[in-house]
Design a protein around this ligand. Structure first.
Ligand code: ADP
Ligand code: TRP
Length: 347
C-alpha cells in the first residue's frame, strides 16, 4: 500500500484553509492508503517558543483532526516529538543540505525578516544576519525547517503528501534532499514524495481581508471552532466594493475571494445564483455575505460540536496519541536502521 504523510504545526486552531487545503484530503486518503498524520510540534518551535502554548495547541489540533474525521483505526495519528528517530534523520539530512539553498527559500526569507525585525524593502537578510549590532537573530531551526520536513516525510518512505499550495517550495526541497541522500550513498532507499491535491490542483483558500491566503498569522481566518455569531461577524466584515457597472466584468481580487469561498463551501446552485447576479450587475454583497456566512456555519457546526466533545475527553486523546506514537515509532525505527547501516553507523 502506498504511504501518505502530512502534518500541521500546532500554532493555533484549524481554519477553513487548513481544512480544504489539507485535512479534507487526509480524511479521503485514509480510506485507501497507509496514512501517517502528525502534529508538527518541533516545527512550531521555529516561530513559537512557549511550552504551555505548545501543549495546549497540540491537544487542540489532535481533537480537531479527530473531529474532522481522521480515524485512529485507519490512519496513524501522532505527535512529531513522540518519534525521536525523526530528529536523528534530520541530523543526517542537515549534513547534506547547503546553507545557501536553505537561505534562498521564500518562507525562510519571509520569517527571517520578521525575526530580524526588518521590512521587505530593508537591507538584505544576509547583511542583517551578520550585523553584530542587530540585537535580534534568526534561529538556526528556521533555516533547517525544510530538512526537518523532509525527515518527516521520508522517515515513512511516503510517496504522497497532501498539502496546500503554500507548501510547494518545501515539497520541492524535500524531493531534492531525498534524491541527494540516495545519490550520496548510492541507494534507492527513499522514493520521491509528491504533493497531493484532492482536485488535482493545489488549493489556496483566500482570506476575508481582500487579498492573499487565509492563514493563522494573517488574522483573516475563519476557524472550524468559531461559533455562528463569530462567523457571521467575520464574513459581514469581509472586504467588498460598490459592485460592477458593466455586465460580465472581471472580478477584482477581494470579490473573487468571496466567490472562491462560496465555491468551496456552498452548493453549486447558490454559487451560480450570485455569479449570475454579479454578471448582470445586480449583485448585493450584503445578501451574498449573509448566504456565505450561513453556509460556512452549516459546514462548521457539526465539526465544532465534535471538537468540544473530544477536547473534554482527556483519556481518549491520550490513548490516541499513545497508539499513534507506537505505530509511527515502529515505522520510523525500521527506516532509521537502514539509514544508519547505509551511512556506516551501527544499526
Ligand atoms: P497557517 O498558514 O495558517 O499557519 P499551516 O502553515 O499550519 O497554516 O498549514 C497547514 C496545512 O494547511 C498546510 O498543508 C497548508 O498548505 C494548508 N493551508 C494553510 N492555509 C491554507 C490556505 N489558505 N489554503 C489552502 N491550504 C492552506
Ligand atoms: N510545513 C508544513 C506547514 O507549515 C507542516 C509540515 C511539517 C508538513 N512537516 C511536514 C507538511 C511534512 C507535510 C509533510 O503547513
Amino acid at each position: 500500500m502506498e504511504i501518505v504523510v502530512s502534518g500541521i504545526r500546532p500554532t493555533g486552531n484549524l481554519h477553513l484553509g487548513n481544512y480544504f487545503g489539507a485535512v479534507k484530503s487526509f480524511v479521503e486518503l485514509q480510506k485507501e492508503y497507509n496514512c501517517f498524520f502528525f502534529i508538527a510540534d518541533w516545527h512550531s518551535l521555529t516561530t513559537h517558543l512557549q511550552p504551555e502554548n505548545i501543549r495546549r495547541s497540540v491537544k487542540t489540533i489532535l481533537a480537531e483532526y479527530l473531529a474532522c474525521g481522521i480515524d485512529p483505526e485507519k490512519a496513524t495519528i501522532y505527535i512529531q516529538s513522540d518519534v525521536r528517530e525523526v530528529a536523528e534523520l534530520y541530523l543526517y539530512l542537515n549534513m547534506n543540505a547547503g546553507i545557501g539553498e536553505l537561505m534562498r527559500t521564500t518562507s525562510f526569507k519571509e520569517k527571517a525578516r520578521q525575526q530580524l525585525r526588518i521590512s521587505n524593502t530593508d537591507a538584505s537578510i544576509e547583511k542583517e544576519i551578520f550585523n553584530e549590532n542587530n540585537k535580534h537573530s534568526v534561529n538556526a531551526g528556521l533555516l533547517t525547517y525544510p530538512t526537518l520536513m523532509c525527515a518527516d516525510i521520508i522517515i515513512h518512505k511516503a510517496v504522497k503528501v497532501p498539502v496546500g499550495k503554500d507548501q510547494e517550495q518545501n515539497m520541492e526541497m524535500a524531493r531534492r534532499f531525498a534524491r541527494r541522500f540516495n545519490a550520496t550513498y548510492h541507494t534507492e532507499l527513499f522514493p520521491e514524495p509528491a504533493s497531493f491535491h484532492l482536485s488535482n490542483k493545489a488549493l489556496k483558500v483566500p482570506g476575508l481581508d481582500g487579498s492573499g491566503k487565509m492563514g493563522k498569522s494573517e488574522g483573516n481566518a475563519i476557524y472550524l471552532i468559531d461559533d455562528e455569531k463569530t462567523i457571521r461577524k467575520k464574513v459581514m466584515k469581509a472586504v467588498s466594493d460598490a459592485g460592477p457597472t458593466e455586465p460580465n466584468s472581471e472580478k477584482p481580487e477581494a470579490i473573487q475571494n468571496l466567490f472562491t469561498l462560496m465555491e468551496i463551501v456552498s452548493a453549486k446552485d447558490t454559487y451560480d445564483f450570485f455569479n449570475d447576479k454579479y454578471n448582470n450587475c445586480e449583485i448585493r454583497y450584503g445578501d451574498m455575505k449573509k448566504q456565505l456566512a450561513e453556509d460556512i456555519n452549516l459546514f462548521c457546526a457539526p465539526i465544532r460540536e465534535k471538537i468540544n466533545d473530544i477536547l473534554a475527553d482527556e483519556v481518549y486523546l491520550d490513548k490516541v496519541a499513545r497508539l499513534g506514537a507506537e505505530k509511527a515509532s515502529e515505522s520510523a525505527a525500521k527506516t532509521l536502521k537502514e539509514v544508519r547501516e547505509i551511512i556506516g553507523f551501527r544499526p
